[in-house]
Design a protein around this ligand. Structure first.
Ligand code: NAI
Length: 646
């Protein structure tokens, strides 16, 4: 039987069912129908077991997300899985690549699972604003301990096969040929749903983990729904738990939150669709980094962790040694978190050099500059790089605001210059703005795109302007936040409104964390060119003049006596004085109005960014705000929200 994406063949006493639905064997309608036919076909064969395998690079890696906005077409996945579970002989899933979402639900409906040692298994539905809707939340706690099930369903993060085996989700790991191992695996025809749930000995630990998940959700409904679903699986008979799971899934699927999260899912996959990103890149194996402070060290570590060789140049040998120390610390932390082992760390460090001599960058294919945010300093560094690097080496700047095009023009060959704007900490944050000055060579863009992929970043293309996409929009809403405070809201009210909305922290807490001095220096630089007609709020300047530079000085917008953050009477006094000086009568502003004004500022600046061609798509702006600035993913981003309310 083999018309369509599912085929059945007999190999001795075993029937092999193969799904072949590229690229990721999604459970589209034809696959579901094919599987149902395969159950009937296998039931009619004289075989002792059925092995379910997938062609191509992965097992079933999820649902066909493009079917989401259409009415569900029969047969529905829960019915297909019930048929597999009720089949006459045991089904064994042979898992390679990833078994995700509906793919893992399918594997769990089989009577046993054999996985390749490098496979990954997970239920990431929650990240799309959903919960599993085909029995995943009910079958999983019958295979693994309740707390593990909770982590997988509500956390959404896939687990490696070895961990899945230790938990009970995978019955055997295949060291050699997966299909042969699956065929050899002795499976019993015990339906998962007939098994009791695997509780934890310690109910309190489970409850605590559930509570932690709910707290982390910060307004995302699918997380709470996922916890509820696992709770039901632990207490209700399977049929009732299944029905409730399906109802919750369908409700979430129709929700605005899921639409928002799906928007980001697609937007994140569309950011590098510019044809220049698909051209032939220049080879990059040797990376140079100039400046090994906060950003340079993080960038160097990110490149090392991606397997690139890195030479980092600092101002003098002392600074080079300090930079080396920072990079070593990041790699040690990666070992402590289990991301790499000690041997790997040693290998990576063997590919790392810190130097005080720019001439040591002569062999670099690409150099990323991360020195002080000062045009004169950066221009001097670029002039030196031009002297010491190969003419085909790409020269990138990590500047936050400065004019990348002006920097490019200062070189003989401007086409080799590009902006690579990382976010802090650079080895952790997923976002990367690739800033394109006019005249940048196409293969330089292609190289940046490939580097981004190699580093595991979500990269967005941006045009040249003050602050590119993200910092430009952030400047706009920071300005609005300052207006709000001068008009009558307190900084703590603004921060609380942003937290309520779903940001992990408010704009003033954020400034205290990052330090107020850099923005202060920038305002002083710009003071001369600021139009007299522009409304200017001087409260932050006054805080800085008073030595309140943020957490690092024990005081900023807030007070940090003994480390705890507290609203500051001193800040309130300064705010009152500034209002008085401008004869502003403070008026209370509600949380809704605070957020409406901040959001309005983001959307207006976003619209300008789009109109000027700084961003190619409104989705790119949403990707930047969600991945770099803490905008709650489940709201889809400021531009998505604007489009939905139009
Ligand atoms: P930082 O002050 O921590 O580090 C700058 C480093 O550059 C120092 O170690 C300094 O010794 C070194 N340096 C200065 N002049 C040099 C020269 N001529 N040659 C070699 N090394 C030199 O600054 P940070 O925060 O790492 O920022 C660096 C750049 O990254 C700036 O352009 C900044 O705007 C940008 N950036 C900063 C972010 C942040 O969150 N801190 C985020 C994204 C970009």
């Amino acid at each position: 039987m083999s018309d369509g994406p599912v085929s059945v063949r007999r190999e001795g006493a075993v029937a092999v069912v193969t799904i072949d639905n590229p690229p990721v064997n999604a459970t589209s309608q034809a696959v579901r129908a094919g599987l149902l036919d395969a159950v009937a076909a296998c039931d009619g064969m004289d075989v002792t077991k059925v092995v379910l395998a997938c062609a191509g690079r992965t097992f079933v890696a999820g649902a066909d997300v493009r079917e989401f906005d259409k009415p569900p077409a029969p047969p529905h996945l829960p019915d297909v899985l019930a048929a597999i579970e009720g089949a006459a002989v045991p089904w064994v899933a042979a898992i390679h690549g990833t078994a995700l979402g509906g793919g893992l639900e399918l594997a769990m409906a089989c009577h046993a699972r054999v996985a390749a040692a490098d496979a990954k298994l997970g239920l990431p539905e929650v990240t799309l604003g959903l919960i599993p809707g085909a029995g995943g939340t009910v079958r999983l706690p019958r295979l693994v301990p309740a707390e593990t099930a909770l982590g997988m369903v509500a956390g959404g993060r896939p687990v490696p096969a070895r961990q899945a085996q230790a938990a009970g989700l995978v019955d055997a790991l295949a060291e050699g040929d997966l299909l042969e191992a699956a065929k050899a695996h002795a499976a019993e025809r015990t339906p998962t749903l007939a098994r009791p749930v695997r509780r934890l000995g310690d109910r309190a630990a489970y409850d605590e983990a559930a509570e932690a998940q709910r707290r982390k959700a910060r307004g995302q409904l699918s997380v709470g729904a996922a916890v509820d679903a696992v709770d039901r699986a632990l207490t209700l008979p399977p049929d009732e738990a299944l029905a409730a799971e399906r109802a919750a899934f369908l409700e979430l699927k129709a929700s605005e939150q899921s639409a928002a999260l799906r928007h980001l899912f697609f937007a994140e996959r569309a950011t590098l669709s510019d044809p220049r990103c698909k051209g032939a890149p220049r080879p990059v194996e040797q990376v140079g980094v100039v400046g090994g402070g906060t950003m340079g060290a993080g960038i160097a570590a990110a490149c090392l962790l991606a397997g690139l060789a890195v030479t980092l140049a600092e101002r003098d040998t002392e600074a080079a040694a300090a930079a080396r120390g920072r990079v070593e610390e990041i790699l040690a932390a990666s070992v402590a978190r289990g991301k790499i082992d000690d041997a790997r760390r040693a290998t990576l460090l063997a590919g790392f050099a810190a130097t005080a001599d720019t001439a040591d960058l002569a062999g670099a294919d690409l150099v990323i500059e991360a020195v002080f945010e000062d045009m004169d300093v950066k221009a001097a560094v670029f002039a030196e790089l031009e002297r010491h690097t190969r003419p085909d080496a790409i020269l990138a700047t990590n500047t936050s605001y400065l004019d990348v095009a002006a920097l490019a023009r200062s070189l003989r060959d401007p086409s080799r210059v590009i902006g690579l704007h990382f976010f802090s900490p650079a080895h952790v944050m997923k976002l990367l703005e690739i800033v394109l000055p006019d005249g940048v060579a196409d293969d330089v863009v292609a190289t940046a795109a490939r580097l981004a992929r190699r580093l595991g970043k979500i990269a967005v293309l941006a045009g040249v302007c003050d602050g590119f996409i993200g910092n430009r929009i952030m400047s706009a809403y920071r300005r609005e936040a300052d207006y709000l405070v001068e008009d009558g809201a307190s900084p703590w009210e603004v921060d609380a409104a942003m937290r309520d909305f779903g940001f992990p922290m408010g704009v003033f807490e954020m400034q205290d964390l990052a330090g107020l001095d850099i923005a202060w220096a920038m305002r002083k630089r710009r003071a001369a060119t600021r139009p007299a007609s522009e409304r200017y709020v001087a409260i932050a300047d006054r805080l800085c003049e008073a030595g309140r530079l943020g957490r690092k000085t024990g005081a900023g917008w807030y007070d940090y006596a003994a480390g705890a953050r507290a609203p500051s009477p001193a800040t309130e006094r300064i705010v009152a004085e500034e209002r008085a000086a401008k004869e502003i009568v403070a008026r209370p502003v509600s949380r809704e109005d605070i957020m409406a004004r901040l959001l309005g500022a983001m959307q207006a600046e976003g619209a300008a960014v789009l109109a000027e061609g700084i961003a190619a798509r409104s989705g790119d702006i949403d990707v930047v705000m969600a991945n770099g600035y803490g905008f709650p993913r489940w709201r889809g981003g400021p531009m998505f929200m604007a489009e939905r309310t139009d």
